[in-house]
Design a protein around this ligand. Structure first.
Ligand code: SAH
Ligand code: SF4
Ligand code: F3S
Length: 438
C-alpha cells in the first residue's frame, strides 16, 4: 500500500508528516510522491487563516476525483484542520479518515478499521510527543532537518487558533532530541532546526530532577558536532532570555538568526491580542540581540487590520518596522478564526479593503527595508552551508549564511552539505548574489 501526503502550514507540520510516514512505514505502508499511484491520499493541514483552509477544501475535491475514479482509494485529513472541523469533514462523504495532531499513532489501526466506515480520532493529549518515533525524512537535499522539541501552546493570543488545534504545551525528552540530532548528523545532515510554537518555554526534567531549559538544550545540541548548524523557531518576545542570546554567542554553530514575531507596533493592539509584551519591551529585546549578537539576522510576523485597529495603530506598526529594520517578514491580514478569544469578544471590524491597503503599506515598507538590510552585506564574506543548485539557474549553488539570508553563487565544485566561504557582490531584496571567496 502506497501513501501520498501533501503538507500545508508551518514547519511543525512538515516534521509531523515525517512522523506519520515513519508510523505508517512500520505498519507496512510505503511513501509515494505521486498521487496517481497512491492507495492512501492525505493532506496534513493548517487552520491558521481562512485562506489556508479554503485551499484544503479545494484539495479535498481533487482527492475525491481520485477516490471516484479508483475505487478503494482512501482519503485522509490530518493536522490542525482535522482537529478544528472534526466530523464536518467526514460528513462531506469525501473524507475517510480524520486524525488530529495527537492521534497519528492510531493511523494504522484507523486504516485497518475502514471497513466499519469513516474513522476519526481528534483527541488531544497532555503528553504525546512522538518521542520514540524517528521521523522519515522527506526533504530533498539531505542537508537540513527539522526536529520538534515541543508540541502545543500554552499562550492564548486572542487571534490564534493554534492552542485549540494543537492542545497544551509539552516538551520532549532532551536526550531523545540530542540523539535525533546525532543521528541526522551521522546520516550526512549539517543543519537542524529546533521547532516549537514558543521555544523559550521549553522545559524538561529528567529522572534525577535536573531541569533542562531552552538555553541548555541549545547548548546540548550545539555540542553534538561543531559542523552541525543549529537553528530554532519560534522565539516569543516575552520569553526570549539573555541566557539564550549568550548561548548563541558562545557557539559558532548556532546560527545568528532570530525569528521574533511582533504582530503589531501598537501597545493597544498587543494588549488586545494578548501578547504579553509592549512595543518598548520588544525594542529593548531587539537592542539586546544586537548588542550580544552583532550582525544577527532578525525576521518577524505581523498582522494588519486586527479588531478595532485604527490608522494610528497601523502607523505605529509602520514606524516599528522602520525603526527595527527586519531582514524579512511574514505579513498577514487578520483572519478571524472561529472559537478564538478574539472571535468571541471583538468584532472583526476593519473593512477588508482597509486591511488590504494597510498590509500593502507594510509590505512596501518592508521591501525597501529588506533591500537596505541586504545591501549592508555587500562586500562581506560568509560561511554558507550548500543546500544544492539554485532554483533560478541550476549552474548556481544556493545556501544560507548564518544570518539566514539566502546566497547564490557560481560554483562547479561544491555539493549539498559542503561549507563554502562566499563574498557578497550584489543583492536583491531576498537574495545575496555572491562569488566564491579565495
Ligand atoms: N507561535 C508563533 C506563531 C505561529 S502562527 C508565535 O507566537 O509567533 C504564525 C503566524 O501566523 C503568527 O505569528 C501570526 O502573525 C499569524 N497568524 C496567526 N493567527 C492569525 C490570524 N487569525 N490572522 C492572521 N494571521 C495570523
Ligand atoms: Fe498562537 Fe500565540 Fe501560541 Fe504563537 S504563541 S502559537 S501566536 S497562541
Ligand atoms: Fe497551521 Fe497548525 Fe502550524 S494551524 S501554522 S499547521 S500549528
Amino acid at each position: 500500500m502506497k501513501v501520498y501526503i501533501e503538507t500545508y502550514g508551518c514547519q511543525m507540520n512538515v516534521n509531523d508528516t515525517e512522523v506519520v510516514f515513519s508510523i505508517l512505514a512500520k505498519a507496512g505502508y510505503t511513501r509515494t510522491e505521486s498521487m496517481d499511484e497512491a492507495d492512501v491520499i492525505m493532506a496534513n493541514t493548517c487552520s491558521v487563516r481562512d485562506n489556508a483552509e479554503q485551499r484544503i477544501w479545494g484539495r479535498v475535491e481533487v482527492f475525491n476525483q481520485q477516490r471516484k475514479s479508483r475505487p478503494g482509494v482512501v482519503v485522509g485529513i490530518l493536522g490542525c484542520m482535522a482537529e478544528r472541523l472534526k466530523d464536518s469533514l467526514t460528513s462531506t462523504g469525501k473524507v475517510d479518515i480524520v486524525a488530529g495532531p495527537d492521534s497519528y499513532r492510531r493511523l494504522p489501526e484507523m486504516l485497518a478499521d475502514l471497513g466499519e466506515g469513516p474513522q476519526m480520532d481528534v483527541r488531544l493529549s497532555r503528553d504525546e510527543t512522538y518521542d520514540d518515533i524517528v521521523p522519515l525524512r522527506t526533504d530533498k537535499n539531505g542537508v537540513s532537518a527539522f526536529i520538534s522539541i515541543m508540541r502545543g501552546c500554552n499562550n492564548v493570543c486572542s487571534y490564534c487558533v493554534v492552542p485549540y488545534t494543537r492542545g497544551v504545551e509539552r516538551s520532549r525528552d532532551a536526550h531523545t532530541i540530542v540523539r535525533e540530532a546525532c543521528d541526522v548528523f551521522e546520516r550526512g545532515y549539517r543543519e537542524v532546526t529546533l521547532l516549537g510554537q514558543n521555544v523559550d518555554s521549553y522545559r524538561w526534567t529528567d529522572a534525577d530532577g535536573r531541569t533542562v531549559d531552552f538555553a541548555s538544550l541549545l547548548e546540548m545540541v550545539a555540542c553534538v558536532n561543531p559542523e552541525l548548524r543549529v537553528r530554532f523557531a519560534t522565539s516569543n518576545p516575552q520569553d526570549i532570555s539573555d541566557e539564550v542570546l549568550l548561548t548563541m554567542a558562545r557557539h559558532d554553530n548556532i546560527c545568528k538568526h532570530i525569528h521574533l514575531p511582533v504582530q503589531s507596533g501598537s501597545d493597544r493592539m498587543l494588549e488586545k491580542m494578548r501578547r504579553r509584551y509592549t512595543r518598548e519591551w520588544y525594542l529593548e529585546r531587539v537592542a539586546k540581540i544586537r548588542e550580544i549578537l552583532p550582525g544577527c539576522g532578525l525576521t518577524t510576523d505581523v498582522i494588519a487590520g486586527f479588531c478595532s485597529e485604527t490608522e494610528e495603530d497601523h502607523v505605529l506598526t509602520l514606524s516599528l518596522f522602520e525603526e527595527v529594520g527586519f531582514d524579512s517578514a511574514f505579513m498577514f491580514a487578520y483572519s478571524e478564526r472561529p472559537g478564538t478569544l478574539a472571535a468571541r469578544k471583538y468584532p472583526d471590524d476593519v473593512p477588508p479593503e482597509v486591511k488590504t491597503r494597510r498590509l500593502e503599506e507594510i509590505i512596501a515598507l518592508q521591501g525597501r527595508k529588506s533591500l537596505e538590510r541586504y545591501r549592508e552585506d555587500i562586500g562581506k564574506r560568509f560561511r554558507v552551508l550548500v543546500e544544492g543548485p539554485s532554483k533560478r539557474d541550476a549552474s548556481d549553488l544556493c545556501g544560507r549564511a548564518s544570518n539566514y539570508k539566502m546566497c547564490i553563487w557560481k560554483d562547479p565544485v561544491h555539493r549539498a552539505g559542503d561549507y563554502v566561504t562566499v563574498e557578497v557582490t550584489g543583492c536583491t531584496q531576498a537574495t545575496l548574489l555572491c562569488k566564491l571567496a579565495e
